[in-house]
Write a protein that binds this ligand. Sequence first.
Ligand SMILES: [Zn+2]
Length: 192
Amino acid sequence: MTASTIERDQDAGATSTRYHYTRVVEIAGRTVRARLERGVYLNHSGAVAEVLTDHTDWSTLAADDLNNWWHDTPPPSVEVNAAAVLGPFAERLLHRAAEILAAPPPTVTLSPHLYRAVSALLATSIGYNAECRIDPNDITWATDNGGTLHIFEHPDGSVTFTKAHRDECPFVASKGGQDCDDECYFDLPSRV
Ligand SMILES: [Zn+2]
């Protein structure tokens, strides 16, 4: 973890049907916790990093897909040392949380027009009755590849959603007013 991480609390426990590990740290002044639970079944398990908001609620920062850790952990038993088994996965989640907190994305408020534009994005790219569930791996993959998501509302009512430009591109700097300088290039990602 980074030098600015302060340990606050941790909790671990194991029964014959589940074990859990929670670690609470302070990262750059924010209270963050990693919470992992391993049940007998996949759907009784989960791994998330959450940040304490001003309203004393926990808000999810990052989640680890079950396929990334569940199969590498032993089934529940009172003999399991939950902190030893789940500790490394908590560490990984807290690293991701620290990265996210270091570079917070802009808070996006969806206007009614933008909300309908997202509906159109889904409808035109998948189908008019589209449904799409994005899992945590997809979010990580999309964050790690291509450009940052930019959304530009144009005066004529059209909306551009783009991950095609680097942050310094004139198209981005002018919020869609100027053309791209054709220097935006991203490596072809490998899909896991
Ligand atoms: Zn560009």
